[in-house]
Ligand binder design. Structure first.
Ligand code: ZN
Length: 333
């Protein structure tokens, strides 16, 4: 294909209706410059990730609409299949419950369109965690007119009781943030996190970590030929930004990273009403966080990666006539 054809095709595949479009810089306070978390060297990539995230969200919303039976028969069947295998929604699910589940994705879409009904802040977007300056736990800060060590302060003391947590200062936010222990990688951690979202500051923050830009286990562009491939292999690097948007918009407390594995999502949906045993989930730490004993179905629906897979799968169904099931590789829809 000529490059013009490719460009026209790319426009068609990712065309977003005007009502849902806003630029990433309208919605986020994107850190300028190339130091201290600055995004200047990533601006074109971020624009691409934004467009791809909008396209995935839009496809996910279409699945809910198509499942209502207003589309042609094949589309309706495919959409119902997507809702069932990722979110455990079937013909027996109450309409009001379906609306509540759909609302999670709609809120993300509204955020991307700068139409969030009650957003009080413009969140910051940083492109690494060096925007945070490590400080000692004995740092003296002023609180209620008195000087106290930050570890004894009313505002941060209890957070600093948690094992391994330490204070960082942000000169952009002019606030302290309590994060992982000091060391290589800062807030992103040495283990190669892809992104970190936090909502404890007056303006919330999304930090895209270096590995989000350099990883090679996913595609550079979303929408490649996926015939016979695994869904996780045909996601693009934009999946990190899209994933973090769910943490940001719905809130970290209500979005547990229960699993990043497609097979675990499908298995959990099949056992929807059970409260999961630890071994069913990838991360022990996350399983331990399930203190309110959410069921598999509840966990799956608030797991950001579920939404990434669900939206990407249905995007492929709409645009490339493919879908995924428990066999792991794509099938013709
Ligand atoms: Zn996450």
């Amino acid at each position: 294909m000529s490059s013009i054809t490719v460009k026209i095709l790319a426009f068609w595949l990712f065309y977003i209706p005007f009502a849902f479009s806003a630029e990433i810089g309208d919605v986020f306070n994107v850190k300028q410059g190339s130091e201290n978390g600055g995004c200047d060297s990533h601006l074109s990539v971020l624009t691409q990730w934004w467009t791809e995230s909008q396209a995935m969200a839009s496809a996910g919303i279409s699945a809910f609409d198509d499942a209502k039976g207003n589309a042609d028969e094949t589309k309706t069947k495919n959409a119902k299949h997507a809702l069932e295998k990722y979110l455990g929604i079937n013909d027996d699910t109450d309409d009001a419950d379906v609306d509540d589940i759909k609302l999670l994705l709609e809120e993300v879409q509204w955020f991307m369109a700068k139409k969030s009904p009650d957003s009080k802040d413009t969140p910051w977007l940083f492109c690494d965690s060096s925007w945070l300056e490590p400080k000692p736990r004995t740092l003296r800060i002023e609180e209620c007119g008195e000087e106290v060590e930050i570890q004894d302060s009313q505002q941060y003391g209890s957070q600093l009781q948690e094992a391994g947590s330490v204070p960082y200062w942000s000169s952009d936010l002019k606030e302290y943030i309590i994060g992982h222990a000091y060391g290589e990688g800062g807030l992103c951690g040495a283990s190669g996190e892809l992104g970190v979202t936090q909502g404890t500051t007056a303006s919330r923050t999304v930090t895209l970590c270096p590995r989000a830009f350099t990883r090679t286990d996913v595609q550079t562009d979303f929408g490649v030929d996926a015939q016979g491939k695994k869904l996780s292999d045909v996601l693009s690097k934009s999946a990190t930004l899209f994933h973090e948007l769910f943490h940001l918009v719905i809130g970290n407390d209500d979005t547990i990273d229960a699993t990043y594995k497609l097979g675990t999502i499908f298995k959990s949906v099949a056992k929807g009403y059970a409260v999961p045993a630890k071994s069913e989930w990838d991360g022990q730490a996350n399983a331990l966080k399930n203190s309110d004993r959410k069921t598999n179905a509840q966990l799956v629906r608030t797991n950001p990666e579920t939404w990434v897979f669900f939206c990407a799968d249905y995007w492929y169904t709409l645009h490339k006539n493919l879908y995924w099931d428990t066999t792991g590789v794509s099938k013709t829809a």
